[in-house]
Design a protein around this ligand. Structure first.
Ligand code: ZN
Length: 430
C-alpha cells in the first residue's frame, strides 16, 4: 500500500520585467474572488457559514468570472476553495470556543495547480490575465544537498498544487513548489502491530537519548558553539564598521547552517535506530508542554528541539515510520521499571528508584517512559484492545508489550527485566 509525502521548496522566479504587472493584476483578481467568496460564505453569527467549495461554486463562480473579465477558470476555482477552506477552519475554531473572524485576503498569494500552470524542472509557465508567462527558477549553482536538489530537481517527486508569492522589499516573486512523492512502503498508521522507540530530548549532556539506550549528539557542544558565536557577533556589532556588519551576517548564516547540519546528523541517528529496531513509531515529548523545562525558555534551544523533531519526522516518513508526541508529565520522575513516581527518584543525570532500587541514566529512564506512554496511547486507540494487534515499545533488553489490563489501569503489571548496565553510546558528536 503506497502513501504520499509532500515537501515544499521555495524558489525565486525570474519574471521578465514587462510581465511583472500581469502577475500583480492576476493577484488582484485572485484576491477579489477570495474576498467575495468570504463575504458570501461568512454568515456567522446569524446563520451557518458555507464551507463547501462546490456549494460556493454553484452560487457565485459564474459571477466571479464575469466580474474579473474572465480570470482563468482554475484560478477562480482555487480562490473559492481557499476562502471556503479558511472558513471551514474558522468554523472549527468557533466550535472549540475560540475567537475568529471572517478571513480577508490582502497579501500576494496565488494558488496554481496543473491546469493554470505547467511545471518543469527549470521553469514554470503561469496563467495570467494576459496569457501565460514563463519564469525560470533561480537555482543554486550546486544544488546537491539543498531542498532544490533533493526535491525540485528529483524525478522521484512530482509537482502538486503550489503557490506564487511576492516579496515587496526585494521586488521578487517566489514559487512555493509543493513536491509530492509516492512511497512504496506500507502506511504505518494502518499497521496491525506497532512498536515504539521513545526519545528524550535534552538541553545539556546528550541531545537525544532513545529507549534502547542509544545516546545521540552532544547538547553541551551545540550550546558551547552557540555561545562562542554570540560572543563573536556581539563584538562585531560593537565594531560597527560596514565590513563588520557584513561579517556579522556571514557568520550568522554559517552558524545557522552548521547547527542545522549537526541536528541533521542527530535526527539521522534517531531514525537509524528506529529502523534497526523495526519500530513503526518514534515518540517525543510534546514541545509545547516542555517549555518550562527549557532553561530560561531559551529561543535557541526551543529552535533546536523543534528542528530535531521536524527533521526526524521528515526522515522517518521516508522510512515509513510515524513520529508522534506524548504528554510529558512525570517522564523524568517515574521509574521505568516499577512505575513508582517520586520527585526524589531523580538527581540530575542520575535516576535511582527509592522503591525498587532500579538505577539508570536519568534521560534513558525518561526515554523508556516516553516510549511506554505512546505504546499505551496506541493500544487505547485500537478498536478491540483485548484481541489481535499488540503495541510494543523497544528497549535495550528487548521489547515490552503493553497489555489490556495495563491499558485499562495504566499500572505496571509486570516488572521489566532490565539490566542496569550503562547504555551504549553512539556516534554523533560525543
Ligand atoms: Zn522502581
Amino acid at each position: 500500500m503506497a502513501w504520499e509525502i509532500t515537501r515544499t521548496v521555495r524558489v525565486r522566479l525570474d519574471v521578465p520585467d514587462d510581465r511583472k504587472s500581469d502577475l500583480h493584476a492576476t493577484n488582484s483578481k485572485f484576491q477579489y474572488c477570495a474576498n467575495h467568496t468570504a463575504d458570501w460564505a461568512w454568515r456567522y453569527p446569524n446563520e451557518d457559514c458555507v464551507t463547501s467549495k462546490s456549494e460556493a461554486e454553484a452560487a457565485i463562480y459564474d459571477d466571479l468570472r464575469e466580474e474579473t473579465d474572465y480570470l482563468h477558470a482554475n484560478l477562480v476555482q482555487k480562490a473559492i476553495k481557499r476562502a471556503t477552506d479558511d472558513i471551514s477552519n474558522c468554523v472549527d475554531r468557533l466550535a472549540d470556543g475560540e475567537n475568529t473572524s471572517k478571513p480577508e485576503y490582502d497579501t500576494f498569494s496565488i494558488v496554481y495547480d496543473k491546469r493554470a500552470a505547467t511545471y518543469y524542472r527549470d521553469k514554470v509557465s503561469l496563467a495570467t490575465i494576459n496569457g501565460r508567462v514563463e519564469c525560470a527558477y533561480d537555482l543554486p549553482d550546486n544544488p546537491d544537498d539543498t531542498p532544490h536538489g533533493e526535491y525540485l530537481l528529483n524525478d522521484d517527486y512530482d509537482f502538486a498544487t503550489s503557490t506564487v508569492h511576492y516579496d515587496s522589499e526585494s521586488d521578487e516573486f517566489y514559487l512555493h513548489a509543493a513536491m509530492e512523492r509516492e512511497l512504496d512502503v506500507a502506511r504505518p498508521e494502518k499497521a496491525e502491530h506497532s512498536r515504539v522507540l521513545g526519545v528524550d530530548c535534552n538541553v545539556d549532556d546528550h541531545i537525544a537519548v532513545t529507549s534502547t539506550g542509544r545516546f545521540v549528539g552532544n547538547a553541551d557542544y551545540l550550546n558551547h558553539n552557540r555561545r562562542e558565536f554570540e560572543k563573536r557577533r556581539a563584538s562585531l556589532q560593537q565594531t560597527g564598521t560596514p565590513r563588520a556588519h557584513l561579517t556579522y551576517h556571514r557568520i550568522g548564516d554559517r552558524f545557522g547552517r552548521w547547527s542545522e547540519d549537526y541536528l541533521h546528523r542527530c535526527s539521522k541517528a534517531v531514525v537509524e535506530e528506529a529502523n534497526q529496531q523495526n519500530c513503526s513509531h518514534i515518540a517525543f515529548e510534546d514541545l509545547e508542554q516542555i517549555r518550562d523545562r527549557i532553561s530560561d525558555g531559551k529561543k535557541f534551544q526551543q529552535w533546536a528541539f523543534r528542528e530535531l523533531q521536524q527533521q526526524t519526522k521528515h526522515k522517518a516518513e521516508l522510512a515509513g515510520i510515524v513520529v508522534e508526541t506524548v504528554e510529558p508529565s512525570y517522564t523524568s520522575q517515574q521509574c521505568s521499571k516499577c512505575g513508582t513516581t517520586l520527585d526524589e527518584n531523580r538527581d540530575e543525570q542520575h535516576f535511582a528508584c527509592l522503591d525498587c532500587s532500579y538505577t539508570a541514566n536519568a534521560d534513558y529512564n525518561a526515554a523508556k517512559n516516553i516510549a511506554r506512554k505512546l505504546a499505551l496511547k496506541l493500544q487505547r486507540g485500537q478498536k478491540s484492545p483485548a484481541g489481535g494487534a499488540f503495541c510494543q515499545y523497544a528497549l535495550k533488553s528487548g521489547v515490552m508489550t503493553v497489555n489490556a489490563t495495563e491499558v485499562a489501569s495504566d499500572q505496571y503489571v509486570s516488572a521489566e527485566r532490565e539490566s542496569t548496565d550503562k547504555p551504549t553510546a553512539s556516534a554523533v558528536g560525543s
